[in-house]
Design a protein around this ligand. Structure first.
Ligand SMILES: Nc1ncnc2c1ncn2[C@@H]1O[C@H](COP(=O)(O)OP(=O)(O)OP(=O)(O)O)[C@@H](O)[C@H]1O
Ligand SMILES: [Mg+2]
Length: 630
């Protein structure tokens, strides 16, 4: 600690008296320190140039921290000049705080805990109000002893209020990106680390860490390699902080499959990146209950295990809510709008059945795009090993899974933090890295004729692939370049194929049209009417050997598509090859008497297609995706 001697001479109290009243164990060097370390990037690396601690004999204080009048401070306690006890060990009020909107003022307190580590806490000013019950409870919980006589409580309040920190920092209750820095509970990473603090008392996201990068790479990283589902889940965890960098939408992936196939294990793999096994959440919640959890996972991965535990009616709402990135605006008792929760998150989910099955069970109409918000992944890799592609010399897949679970529960957190360190160091380079790979993935795997939802889904798979590649590029995974991309390509191919097999939104929409035509055959006029009869749904006409149902746009909107988006339905009909339209349009003119109105023209062959089979277009798409993935 160079230069400490000279600085110590200027350390006096505001009233000009010496800073400490009683001196015990006076040491000439500064080996026994009681003051806080400088505000710094707590994950290591160089501290930002904020403040250096200054030694005065047996103490180290922040340079701009002045003992308030009427108090004296020693390593083991703060007391008033009249010897009224305030707290033990000594804590320092090192900064005033306020949030991004210059509200919610507070103070940052720092002290050395019983392990000898420096600990800090952002205290809300209103906690000083009244009997200070909450403040006192929080200090006690943090391991500080405080007095509880009236005099001691008064001294505690006065000590905090009369400490006049020179520094001011921003406090936030949001985790995730704040400009180029990343805020986590108890840890800020990035260039602004010295000037921001997380101020939540309790967070739904715990910053857990066990093992180091090397051990994670050697065990979790190497076991997951060549196991597409595990690589993908890990890459998705790296992907969540990348959403903001790309301004990409929130959304999830749902590992769907029979019991004991390894679904929860995949979620554990993701959680080993950051958060750890304790961060796995249950679907057993409500949309309202999930809002605070989602916000606590802003820019972080969120793992939701076992969709079957959720009330079917809530499932769709939750999928929608999470992907939409914001909760409902709530009113307080006086009908004032209260805080609205916001987040950007990539979430992983698990369960035995796909999202739409739960929605159907609850008689909920699947809203357009609901399933694209939670993309279905077949958990079984189809190799006879459940979720695994490769058991890597283990006797059985069960043994591999058990060993992997143990590894993921013993090594977590370090790679995620290292990833954020690298990401915050050069966001622009990371953005470029990801952007290039997302574009490459999409152009390699998405057929040009695909509808919008395929592109949307592909972009999410692509972002996961790119984030996994970025982590490998940073040297964190031990995977070969291309590993994360191959995993994502295999899963995207599977998604496309299952979309084809099971029908997804497209088949459901075709069924809407079939149902309407079949039930309203008598409302289609044939021949060449001079005008449209009342209650008519449209015309049935011949078209080069084909029969076409011409549906009036108003009927299309109000009747055919009353449970879905008219534009999405027409898009699906077109994609499946049943739409006939004028050049450059989705509708078609047809003369009726003296008028030439537009209709939606649907090939009658739509009625012949069995409900569980898909039109030609999508099957081609799925096959293309599989080929490119292979
Ligand atoms: N791929 C696998 N091969 C063999 N056994 C497995 C496999 N995956 C999981 N298991 C067995 O199932 C147990 C639970 O694993 P996990 O929780 O990942 O399965 P899951 O698919 O989530 O099951 P559930 O549907 O019950 O939630 C493991 O401890 C293991 O014994
Ligand atoms: Mg499970």
């Amino acid at each position: 600690m160079e230069g400490l001697e000279s600085k110590s001479e200027v350390l006096v109290r505001a009233d000009g008296k010496p800073r400490t009243k009683r001196k015990k164990n006076v040491q000439e060097d500064a080996t026994s320190v009681i003051g806080p370390p400088p505000l710094r990037n707590t994950t290591g690396g160089d501290p930002p140039p904020v403040q250096e601690p200054i030694a005065i004999r047996d103490s180290v204080f922040p340079p701009d921290w002045i003992v308030p009048d009427g108090f004296y401070v020693e390593p083991d306690a703060i007391r008033t000049d009249e010897d009224v006890f305030v707290a033990s060990p000594a804590f320092f009020v090192v900064a005033s705080t306020s949030d991004e909107h210059n509200r919610n003022y507070g103070r940052m307190l720092t002290w050395r805990n019983s392990n000898g580590d420096w600990q800090e806490w952002v205290m809300d000013m209103p906690l000083l109000d009244g009997g200070m019950k909450e403040l006192r409870a929080e200090l006690l919980r943090a391991g500080l002893n405080i007095g509880y006589s009236g005099q001691e409580k008064k001294a505690l309040r006065e000590y905090i209020l009369s400490s006049k920190p020179i520094r001011h920092i921003t406090s936030t209750t949001r985790t995730g990106w704040r400009e180029d820095s990343f805020v986590l509970p108890g840890l800020v990473i990035g260039s602004d680390a010295g000037n921001i603090r997380f101020a939540g008392m309790d967070s739904h996201f715990g910053l857990a860490k066990r093992g180091d990068i090397k051990s994670w790479k050697q065990i979790v990283g190497s076991m997951s390699a060549k196991n597409s589902r595990l690589v993908f889940a890990i890459s998705a965890a790296f992907g969540s902080p990348c959403l903001k960098i790309l301004n990409a939408e929130s959304g999830g992936f749902h590992f769907r499959g029979r019991t004991s196939v390894g679904k929860t294990t995949a979620l554990l793999a993701g959680a080993s990146v950051i958060g750890g096994p304790e961060s796995l959440r249950s679907w057993r919640t409500t949309a309202n209950g999930l809002e605070t959890i989602a916000e606590a996972h802003n820019d972080l991965p969120l793992m939701l295990d076992e969709i079957g535990q959720c009330e079917p009616r809530q499932v769709g709402e939750i999928a929608y809510l999470l992907a939409n990135g914001q909760g409902k605006t709530r009113m307080d008792a006086d009908a004032n709008a209260q805080k609205r929760y916001r987040w950007q998150v990539l979430f992983l989910s698990s369960g035995e059945e796909k999202l739409s099955r739960y929605l159907e069970r609850a008689n909920v109409v699947v809203r357009g795009g609901q399933e694209v918000r939670l993309l279905d992944i077949e958990a079984d890799a189809g190799q006879g090993y459940g979720i695994l592609d490769d058991v890597k010399g283990f006797e059985s897949s069960g043994e591999f899974i058990d060993a992997f679970q143990h590894a993921a529960k013993s090594n977590y957190g370090a790679v995620g933090l290292a990833f954020l360190e690298r990401l915050t160091t050069d966001v622009d380079a990371a953005r470029l890295f990801i952007q290039i790979r997302v574009q490459q993935f999409v152009s390699a795997h998405v057929p040009a004729t695909s509808p919008g939802e395929v592109g949307r889904a592909a972009s999410r798979f692509a972002l996961v692939a790119a984030a996994g590649e970025l982590a490998s590029h940073y040297g964190l995974t031990g995977w070969l370049p291309g590993e994360a991309t191959s995993a994502a390509a295999v899963l995207f191919g599977g998604w496309m194929a299952s979309r084809g097999d099971h029908g997804f939104d497209l088949e459901r929409r075709l069924e809407l049209v079939r149902e309407f035509v079949r039930e309203n055959l008598s409302r289609f006029a044939s021949g060449k009417p001079r005008s449209m009869p009342d209650g008519c749904a449209g015309l049935i006409v011949k078209d080069r050997g084909d029969e076409l149902y011409l549906i009036l746009p108003s009927v299309w909107r109000e009747e055919v598509c009353k449970r879905d988006h008219p534009v999405e339905v027409i898009r699906s009909v077109k994609e499946a090859g049943f739409l006939v339209s004028d050049a450059g349009r989705v509708d078609k003119r047809h003369r009726v008497g003296s008028l030439n109105p537009y209709f939606y023209a649907i090939r009658a062959s739509i009625l012949e297609t069995p409900g569980d089979k898909i039109g030609p277009g999508i099957a081609e798409n799925a096959a293309n995706a599989e080929n490119t993935a292979a």
